[in-house]
Design a protein around this ligand. Structure first.
Ligand code: GTR
Length: 393
């Protein structure tokens, strides 16, 4: 945002980098499957009043909003509406990658007076004859870093555009700094001030603003926008997908605890750790669940279920045990009865696939990639194949 100095941007990046290296709290991290506590996976098809969901209509009208409300109250906070003064201006436009792509920078002004804004970096297939489907995601280190800096590997623009998709991104810290000590420097310091919304909600709110922009751009088919994110921004993509039904497809890349992983397994990162290290990501209520995963009203499978009938893809990585790959797969697998309400198949197979063998026959996709915590070309290959299947008819 305009009011943030370069110094602040740098200090935020340093604090975030330091935090990422802090060892897990006093609580011992469990990586042993035999030590996963016995738990009951909450059934998303049971409503708060104890009655069973019987129809797709009941799911969409009553139960899915009920689940979103619970997660807003107890985990991420409430996302405010689109700001009245929201408007967009094209800052630059150029042809790149040997003429196959158009690169645009669009400034999303969040108020009439143009005091607050963030920039959206967009890559589009050049010369498309009809509106194209798109991906939208927040990035960690700045828009420029996705073109020439440390995030190049996570944003293979040329490949995405060659596959016929548009891709848009905005910088996390330009929306809301990722720093527990600087919760008064981002969008939450002036918009919906006093509202109890965590940084994950602020980033998810910005994803919806990118979708607002797509609705104004005739080059993009705004009814075919996939929301994507890695790690904390994967949690963000899931929360955006739950809160904004306009997102046509949701992708969670290594999102882990409070993303796609089942919290009650307490495998890898736990509520105790995440709520202590990253209190600014969540609403205040979430603090009371430290060490009490079983008392949370639901689990991440309930949140993921709210995407149905929209397609959902979950990816894990073999060396990313902190994010609990098995818990992420269990979450994906558990969605089958919810998609069945819509006559759709959830995950294709009943067993967790071997590394690097994606399971994407149904409306829910999953793979576990060999390697570490990252958003890689391999991950994108599968997301694009899945998105083609579901968004390009
Ligand atoms: C870790 C955090 C995870 C995950 C990750 C990331 O430090 O414990 O929940 O979000 O950061 O965003 O890379």
């Amino acid at each position: 945002m305009k009011f943030r100095s370069l110094f602040f941007a740098l200090s935020t990046a340093c604090v975030a980098a330091l935090l990422a290296g802090v060892p897990a709290s006093a609580q011992e991290t469990n990586y042993d499957e035999s030590k996963v506590p016995s738990y009951v996976l909450p059934d998303p098809l049971v409503m708060n009043n104890g009655k069973a969901v019987k129809s797709a209509r009941q799911w969409t009208r009553k139960r899915a909003p009920e689940i979103v409300e619970t997660f807003a109250d107890q985990m991420y906070g409430h996302i405010p509406a689109r700001p009245e003064g929201l408007h967009f201006k094209l800052l630059s436009k150029e042809t790149v990658y040997g003429g196959i792509a158009e690169r645009k920078v669009v400034r999303a002004f969040l108020d009439k007076g143009e005091e607050h804004w963030f920039d959206i970096l967009i890559h589009l297939p050049a010369g498309a004859t009809k509106p194209v489907p798109a991906f939208a995601g927040i990035n960690f280190y700045g828009n420029e870093a996705t073109i020439t800096g440390r995030s190049i590997g996570s944003w293979p623009y040329e490949y995405i555009v060659k596959s016929g998709f548009c891709v848009a991104t905005a910088w996390r810290d330009e929306i809301e700094p990722d720093d527990p000590k600087n919760t008064d420097k981002g969008v939450r310091s002036w918009y919906n001030k006093g509202g109890d919304w965590g940084a994950i909600s602020a980033w998810a709110w910005a994803l919806s603003r990118i979708l607002d922009y797509f609705e104004t751009d005739p080059a993009v088919d705004a009814s075919k926008v996939a929301v994507i994110g890695h790690s904390r921004l994967g949690k963000t993509a899931m929360w955006a997908g739950a809160c904004d039904p306009r997102f046509a497809l949701v992708v969670s890349n290594d999102s882990g605890c409070c993303g796609a992983a089942i919290s009650r397994r307490a495998f890898g990162e736990t509520f105790e750790v995440i709520a202590s290290r990253f209190p600014h990501w969540f609403c205040k209520n979430f603090q009371k669940y430290k060490g009490r995963e079983n008392d949370f009203p639901g689990d991440q499978n309930c949140l993921a279920a709210t995407f149905a009938p929209r397609p959902f893809y979950v990816a894990s990585a073999t060396e990313d045990q902190w994010a609990d790959p098995k818990g992420e797969w269990i979450c994906a697998k558990s969605l089958t009865p919810v998609y069945a309400l819509f006559g759709k198949k959830g995950l294709g197979k009943d067993t967790m696939p071997a590394p690097d063998t994606p399971d994407m026959d149904g409306s829910v996709g999953y793979h576990i990639r060999t390697g570490g915590h990252a958003l890689s070309d391999y991950d994108w290959q599968n997301y694009l194949a899945f998105a083609k299947r579901h968004l390009v008819k």
